[in-house]
Ligand binder design. Structure first.
Ligand SMILES: Nc1nc2c(c(=O)[nH]1)N[C@H]1C(S)=C(S)[C@@H](COP(=O)(O)O)O[C@H]1N2
Ligand SMILES: [Mo]
Length: 328
């Protein structure tokens, strides 16, 4: 799928050489053929359909994308938190699960889900460090036992101008922050993703790896900010950032760092992956704002994945009522 987030100078040459629509078809056809085998495809006449997506049933049969623990199976689905209602339909699960940004595994959005099989998301330890009273290492199952899991329907807006609406399961980051008692000097939080270049081939390419992100403390304790462990009523599949990722729905999607291994409380803002790699295109704050165009495209509208419907982009992605006061 088109790699927008990187400027043209970073794109791999073969992709630039082929006009985009042709490239899409070629990739999808190749992947489809791999998945089903050419014979079945031709016999069933499914081939033209392969320019879009594999079926939901086929997706569910891909067990390597799930490392669920026994405890996981007990806690889902979590109760839906009614406060967050959507102005648009939910994105279908198999659509969201096959269109991902996860540069550790692929630059192409439509094949991340096929490349995460070798990644182990369990057992998983989250390290909490820096300016806190209770630095600690927590096993993710243990964390799930102690945090108030709930489901929320959120909009998600990528900086590349595609969007989706999904039911996340997780807990407010504030619930964790309250337990670990940050020191008064802690003004920012730095999140770090895993580093396994043997499994995540993308980490052999341009960096700075591992992927990092950062929020101010005010943003981190806002009730919208979630640490997410599940989606569509079950634990996260790996392509969505299992076993634990951030979700800040009023910011562009690149802030919502996946597969987090550490949370560090700091006095100063820290460097982040995209801001370091392409500082002139991706800022630290990264709030959704239709009036501030990206240097290479407009942010005034967004394309819903699945339906391709074009919708106007809202200031703070429609979450002004919750977070508007942080930016006046
Ligand atoms: N570790 C890591 N986290 C990441 C990314 C990434 O490449 N690596 N991509 C980000 C971007 S640009 C987006 S839009 C979202 C996509 O989340 P999704 O694939 O679950 O829709 O993840 C974000 N978190
Ligand atoms: Mo993104």
């Amino acid at each position: 799928m088109a790699n927008l987030i990187l400027p043209p100078t970073w794109r791999i040459p073969e992709r630039k050489a082929t006009p985009e629509p042709l490239y899409f078809k070629a990739v999808n056809r190749r992947s489809c053929l791999k998945l089903f085998g050419a014979g079945v495809l031709l016999a069933s006449g499914v081939l033209p359909g392969c320019t879009t997506h594999v079926s939901e049933e086929e997706f569910a049969k891909n067990p390597k994308n799930f490392d669920w623990s026994d405890f996981d199976r007990e806690v889902y689905p979590a109760t839906r938190y009614p406060e967050f209602v959507l102005d648009r339909p939910l994105t279908e699960e198999h659509i969201a699960a096959q269109y991902n940004n996860f540069y550790e595994f692929s630059e192409a959005k439509d094949d991340v889900w096929r490349r995460v099989g070798g990644f182990k998301s369990r057992p998983w330890t989250l390290e909490i460090k820096g300016l806190v009273n209770r630095p600690q290492q927590i096993d993710v199952d243990q964390l799930l036992r102690t945090m108030p899991l709930e489901e929320r329907l959120y909009r998600h807006r990528c900086v590349e101008a595609w969007a989706m609406t999904v039911p996340w399961t997780g807990f407010p980051l504030k619930a964790l922050i309250d337990k670990i008692e940050p020191l008064s000097g802690a003004r920012y939080i730095r999140f770090t993703s895993f580093y396994s270049p043997n499994i995540a081939m993308g980490q052999r390419g341009y960096g700075p790896w591992p992927y990092t992100e950062s929020l101010t403390m005010e943003e981190a304790i806002n009730e919208l900010t979630m640490l997410v462990t599940g989606i569509y009523g079950h634990p996260l599949p790996k392509q969505h950032g299992a076993p634990l990722r951030l979700v800040t729905p009023w910011k562009y999607g690149f802030k919502s760092i996946k597969s987090i291994v550490s949370i560090e409380f700091t006095a100063e803002p820290s460097s982040t992956f995209w801001n370091t790699l392409v500082p002139f295109e991706y800022g630290f704050v990264a709030n959704v704002n239709p009036q501030i165009p990206h240097p290479r495209w407009s942010q005034a509208t967004e394309r819903m994945i699945g339906t391709n419907q074009r919708l106007p982009t809202l200031y703070l992605n429609g979450y002004e009522q919750w977070v508007g006061h942080l930016y006046t």
